[in-house]
Design a protein around this ligand. Structure first.
Ligand code: NAP
Ligand code: SF4
Length: 673
């Protein structure tokens, strides 16, 4: 008897039976762009096929050069390319998996000057204005899709996913926002959907009946001028009639100003949209977005919201997600915490994607977890992300590991992050490591500040002693109204009605959100929808309502000395969400400040290099978020005594206190010990 009967139920699609209801959704890794990276991509997918996922979808491949996401990006348009892809499909099939190729034409999201679209309407997130296609041009693009699907079939794929959502090419034809045409491809809703329907109809003609066609349909555009619900439903019906096997849910265009996948979006926030759509078609429907645990997926399916669940990032975090669910070991899943730090932020920076909590993702050929030939007695000091990753990785390889932590609990900086509203997922990573420590038999010493004497006799010593908050040298910094972010967030020290936050890095922004939020919106879907203005798409066009953020319980000032934009260093795909949240909560942001002094009156500021415009912030509390300094006392003692030590994480480099770097560094080190 499984805890996930709906999730693990096979699905008979006629010519093929999927072993369960789990699809690994499309996620660009950057390995798609060069044929020479295909062996790495094959290893990446094969590992996930072995992990039991029912069906996988590749990152997007453009059907031709005009559809390129970026110049020389992933394309499938020649037989030579198709032949090379055999290596990937063979590897997946040998591992018992199934895989579909996603066909993605970026349209006006193409980051090059030769982009095309329904009309010459520039996207707000792209400097290049597209050219409006002629009638012949539109037909050429349709043929490119069909040829691409044919090539995917030749390459051994089990199907294709036609990307019709997220504001890409097909979606641009569907919505009035971007389709201003007056010919048979524009105007009425029927004309606007002609392109999508023609692509599916002609693809089915080309590939025959025994090949999957998944159509990703935008069910809530979340932009002005998006599709109405009637249009969405009519499109779904025609897509089914045109020969699609499965309809997948797409939510929100890339230019939408509503977050759809970041960690502050509540789990399964959009499955009600799929549920509203499902009764209108008879083919299986997939739902997606912020589903990361078997229990969450099971509840969605048991409610009847969808027939299948698509997850992309959770499979970067843990290739064995399905195996663990099947074996009732869900507590061992390394959960995607939706941080985007190593996946989407990398893709947008044109770097290869990986995963913050699993640095082996898309590095399977490089970072192999091989058993050690010589078992060593290893001490790891510090149970923050770096220490935890080092300890479990070394233990997984067969080493005898002891972990020392001065605190009473593991987690380090993640113990702070998980208390920030909208970052509750960070607790999952701590839970994962706690379980891994148990399973791998690491001997954990909590509440024990390791001394040099404690570490005598170990073959290797890994120091992950982390950081302490920096105390800036401002006159009056020891005033009772001054607290560190650790005292506020972790220790819960009381904070007044008006607060100045010194330092506007990642932690200053997090602390500002912490101070301006009454209850965590992540835990209350209705509150979150109200905050961002997410409406019912069956009633409100594109699901785009009016935001009604809850008022902040206190006045917060967020300060930085630099003159530049606050939050400029935040992640590419998450920074805008934090900046919008601060604006919603009316956090007053002051930059280019000088901290003159702190006294009973408050925080005395001046501005600019000339120390002008003196201003006193008459606040009750001042919270210091001015970065960190490495804790290296033990490192200094041990290195001077000539002991072999490895220093990692914040203890190594506080300036870049960064969990992604820490876990990656720790994992790589542990693979060499
Ligand atoms: P940070 O990003 O280095 O920011 C610290 C801020 O304090 C700086 O912006 C700096 O700005 C100010 N500062 C530095 N020295 C100061 C001094 N002596 N006096 C007054 N102000 C000073 O550090 P953090 O905010 O602690 O974040 C650490 C790391 O955690 C980040 O690098 C990030 O990787 C990670 N993190 C990210 C997020 C996120 O992305 N949402 C959230 C939390 C943590 P000025 O010098 O201009 O004033
Ligand atoms: Fe998930 Fe973060 Fe890993 Fe991306 S980097 S897969 S969002 S945990």
């Amino acid at each position: 008897m499984t805890a996930y009967p709906h999730l693990l139920e096979p699905l008979d699609l006629g010519h093929v039976v999927l072993p369960n209801r789990v699809i690994m959704g499309s996620m660009h890794t950057g390995l798609e762009d060069r044929l020479s990276d295909l062996p790495k991509l094959a290893a990446y997918f094969a590992e996930r096929a072995r992990g039991g996922v029912g069906l996988m979808v590749t990152g997007g491949y453009a059907p031709n050069r005009t559809g390129w996401l970026t110049p020389f990006g992933s394309t499938l348009s020649t037989r030579r390319q198709a032949r090379k892809h055999r290596m990937l499909t063979d590897a997946v099939h040998a591992a018992g998996g199934k895989i579909a190729l996603q066909i993605l034409h970026a349209g006006r999201y193409s980051y090059h000057p030769f982009s095309v679209s329904a009309s010459a309407v520039k996207a707000p997130i792209n400097p290049f204005k597209p050219r409006a296609l002629s009638d012949r041009g539109v037909r050429k693009q349709i043929s490119a899709y069909v040829d691409c699907a044919g090539l995917a079939q030749e390459a051994g794929y089990d199907g294709v996913e036609i990307m019709g959502s997220e504001g890409y090419f097909i979606n641009q034809f569907l919505a009035e926002r971007t389709n201003k045409r007056t010919d048979r491809w524009g105007g009425s809703a029927e004309n606007r959907r002609r392109l999508a329907v023609e692509i599916v109809r002609r693809t089915r003609e080309r590939v025959g009946p025994n090949f999957l066609i998944i159509y990703r349909l935008s069910m809530a555009d979340l932009v002005e001028g998006g599709q109405t619900w009637d249009e969405v439903v009519a499109l779904g019906k025609e897509i089914e009639a045109a020969g699609a096997s499965i309809i997948n849910t797409g939510i929100g265009w890339h230019e939408a100003r509503v977050p759809t996948i970041v960690t502050s979006v509540p789990r399964a926030a959009f499955t009600s949209v799929t549920a509203a759509f499902k009764p209108h078609v008879s083919i299986p429907v997939v739902t997606s977005n912020r589903i990361n645990l078997p229990q969450v997926a099971e509840e969605v399916l048991a409610r009847g919201d969808a027939d299948l669940i698509s997850m992309a990032r959770p499979f970067l975090a843990d290739p064995d997600w399905v195996l663990k669910a099947t074996a009732d070991r869900a507590d061992e899943i390394n959960v995607c915490i939706a941080c985007n730090q190593a996946c989407l932020d990398h893709v947008f920076a044109k770097k290869k994607a990986s995963c913050m909590v699993n640095p082996r993702a898309a590095r399977e050929t490089e970072l192999q977890l091989l058993p050690t030939r010589k078992v060593k007695h290893i001490a790891v000091v510090g149970a923050g992300p770096a220490g935890l990753a080092a300890a479990v990785t070394a233990a997984e390889r067969g080493h005898d590991v002891e972990l020392f932590e001065a605190d009473q609990e593991i987690g380090g900086q993640f113990g702070i992050a998980r208390r920030i509203p909208g970052k509750e997922e960070f607790a999952e990573t701590i839970r994962y490591y706690r379980r891994r420590l148990e399973i791998t038999g690491v001997k954990v010493h909590l509440g024990r500040r390791a001394s040099a004497a404690d570490l005598a006799g170990f073959d290797e010593i890994v120091l992950a002693t982390g950081v302490v908050p920096r105390v800036p040298s401002i006159p009056g910094i020891d005033h009772p109204k001054v607290l560190s972010y650790v005292e506020v967030v972790r220790e819960g020290k009381p904070v007044g009605d008006s607060v100045a936050v010194i330092g506007a890095g990642g932690i200053g922004v997090d602390v500002s959100e912490f101070l301006t939020t009454v209850d965590s919106p992540t835990l209350d879907l209705d509150a979150w929808k109200a905050e961002w203005g997410v409406a019912d798409p069956t009633v409100t066009r594109g699901a785009l309502g009016v935001p009604h953020p809850e008022a902040s319980p206190r006045q917060v000032y967020l300060l930085q000395r630099k003159p530049g934009r606050i939050g400029a260093g935040l992640g590419k795909t998450t920074g805008w969400v934090h900046r919008a949240a601060l604006k919603n909560k009316q956090v007053e942001q002051l930059r280019g400040v000088n901290y003159e002094r702190i006294d009973d009156e408050g925080l005395h500021l001046t501005f600019g290099p000339q120390h002008e415009k003196p201003r006193v912030l008459a606040v009750d509390t001042i919270v210091v978020c001015a970065g960190q300094e490495s804790v290296r006392d033990l490192a200094d003692t041990l290195t001077t005594s000539g002991r072999p030590v490895h220093i990692i994480g914040g203890a190594d480099l506080a300036a870049e206190l960064d969990a992604k770097r820490a876990i990656d560094q720790a994992t790589r080190l542990a693979l060499t010990l």
